[in-house]
Design a binder for this molecule. Sequence first.
Ligand code: RIB
Length: 302
Amino acid sequence: MPARIFVVGSSNTDMVVVSERLPGPGETVMGGRFLCAAGGKGANQAVAAARLGGRVHFIGCLGMDAWGDAALANLAREGIDVSGVRRDPTEPSGVALILVDAAGRNLISVAPGANAALRPEHLIHLKRELTADDWLLLQLEVPFDTVEAAIEIASRNGAHILLDPAPMAQPERVCSWLKDIDVCKPNEHECELLTGVAVSDLTSARAAWAAMGVDRPHWLVVTLGEHGAVALGDEEGSFPAPQVSTVDSTAAGDCFSGALAVQLAEGASMRQAIGFACRAAALSTTRPGAQPSLPTRREVEA
Ligand code: RIB
């Protein structure tokens, strides 16, 4: 039986407008189409992993409102264990406003609401359930103290940790966690904020890897959008992304992380896992929305 994947992270409702181009500050762009979809980096990664065959637990915080009810029901419908989800009586559920242009590029602004009320003391389910066989999947859309507490629990229990440091903030603090992380998976922008090195290929990724010094993670996997990914660690390599017609790149990075976690939890090699994650992420960009775009295992393996 494959290892379990515990996601500690955010859940949002995404309000999306797709239009020909993105507006500039103070500008109004007309003619868009509206879409409301389940999102949030944590929930996206949990759903991605579940659709790809992972045994997933989601730990997060929702408001006691209709958005929170819908998000919880949605996660449960995906077969995800939601017994570690908290409902906050005072904060609204998280919301993201997303603008997408005709090339699939986006702008995202998040009102975290209840996501910001997930505190270290709420990680009871994680403490009780996480074992040395399991994977912990983390992002940075919940408070840093909570992410840090989750890393401490996993380190104590001997569990594996995959950190997707998005959205990147407080790089020095994130760097202080890296020695305890099995796989750190930034995109090229997050990697530059973390290491000071602009990464566009394997050669520049080697420089970022060196800049991480001795306290680096076991693996660094940098995603490069339509150019695929590069990996440094026990071995190194470049992984091209399949060429697809992109309509919306929202949650492509989340899909990549969820897919990577599923493969590693199944015992795949890093090379296999990254190839699989590149295919899954590319597929997700061919459909609009965050969670509606996430592919199934059958689609990725077709
Ligand atoms: O990574 C994409 C996600 O970022 C969206 O679903 C949105 O909710 C924000 O969290």
